[in-house]
Design a protein around this ligand. Sequence first.
Ligand code: F6R
Length: 610
Amino acid sequence: MCGIVGAIADRDVVPVLVEGLKRLEYRGYDSAGLAVLDDGRLRRVRRTGRVSEMEAAAREQGLAASLGIGHTRWATHGGVTEDNAHPHISFGELAVVHNGIIENHDAQRARLQDAGYAFESETDTEVIAHLVHFHRKQGLDLLAAVQAAVRELTGAYAIAVVGLDDPDRMVVARMGCPLLVGLGESENFVASDVSAIIQATRRVIFLEEGDTAELTRDGVRVFGEDGQAAEREVHVSDVSLASLELGPYSHFMQKEIHEQPRAISDTIEAVIDNDAFGPELFGADAAEVLAGIEGIKILACGTSYYAGLVAGYWIESIAGLPCSVEIASEYRYRDAVPHPRHLVVTISQSGETLDTMEALKYAKSLGHEATLSICNVPESAIPRASRLVYYTRAGAEIGVASTKAFTTQLVALFTVACTLAKLHGRLDPETEAAHIDALRHLPGSVQHALNLEPQITAWSERFAPKANALFLGRGVHYPIALEGALKLKEISYIHAEAYPAGELKHGPLALVDADMPVVVIAPNDRLLEKVKSNMQEVRARGGELYVFTDADSEFGPSEGVHVIRTPRHVGVLSPIVHTIPVQLLAYHVALARGTDVDKPRNLAKSVTVE
Ligand code: F6R
């Protein structure tokens, strides 16, 4: 939700800022803006819409400067207008970009209005600009003014501030939202994530909660929440430029769908190399943390929650441990009964989803000490707040709709289930070897499923004109039906719902008619016969069936029943293979409907607001 970038250098930083904003666009694309200090002037360009529109305006105005900040917005406070676009400026003297939500902005706004500040936007961010300006005018230098201002704010923020009176510095601060500093040669940068500055430097400092930092051309000084100078480790990012480029693909979503065999094999590399499941996969003190665990609580949102639902089936059947899976935004606001010997597992691609983070904090406050995070972004907030971590190695996921993050979460969670089973004496060596063998063959099976793309493309033409769709699955494949429906609705805007196939007759069957395509995940498992009966219920009402089944199931097409066969049934890992066709279906239907696949309307990738 919102991306920020800033640079101070001896060269013109406008191209760096624009390039950075393009890479951060996945975080929000309602509007974009830049503010630069150019020869004693504070200049600003803002546009609603995409960064490219703002870039054109900046070019037209000949914007060039060696110090500047930029922002790409996902609107929260205030509509999508140019007035609400960042950067926000106070008295023409000081500019701020902000990611996050200031909760006490109403009170601060009233106070600042009393002090003579006029507001031009409906945003919470403008409060920050005026508050820093206010403290600056009390005689504090820029760093002290920012530190004083953030002490008066509640909520979450990552901010970057530049001021007319400070042509040689930028001050930044973070609390609850990601922010890193990039270290260059006689130039320094700040960004919401490393992709934004990777072309300039790979050396980064991840700011910690409550940190402020002052960037000049020659150095960076970091201060902890107590205002004292703080040492922070310098990391060298290994994000590859190729992973941030489209290459031969038309969309990042398409690229990311096709990257899944590689992403999965990278994620399970350690298991395959060790030829064993073991607690060491989750961190140095995992054996101690996992010992005595009697149950699992999974917390996540959206697609990550669906990964959790699959894991729930695996953990109960493989490890024999009770597992409950809950939407993070629900858990955090209810009076939950804690089980001190339950492991709390949070799943988050970004590692910064606010609801998941808050659910984790709530679980910890209830006394849950054993916490594990499944995450795709190293050093992000959620793994840092967890005792154990398993990093999926999907690589940068830029398409807003999650694809490779989901399937890599699934292999990570399968590893969790098998490891817990082993620790509880429920995984004999033969079964362990069989599961590892299944993992070893998984990238190949996923590749076979990807090869179904032409058949799925043919189906997409039939879906494109539809207004609604139903997805059905049973057992461990029910969450895959949920994921298929979510993918379809978020990128094609077709209304889609998923049900456990057995639930159809309890209500949703009333929706079925000839206009309602019904997608069925029907692998060749012990529930296939049950699913076939549910399909009959649909056919009897004139519904048209689109069935994904396995190559070895004796199930063929007939009138009103279209069938695509995924590879031979792969057993326990089947939900992963069956994810591929529903992703491809959503992608091709969206293409056929001409929607913006990578940047679906109203959405953004990292949801750092409630
Ligand atoms: C859907 C999607 C979202 C995310 C959800 C959680 O395609 O991507 O539903 O899964 O916002 O995000 P993370 O995993 O970053 O916590």
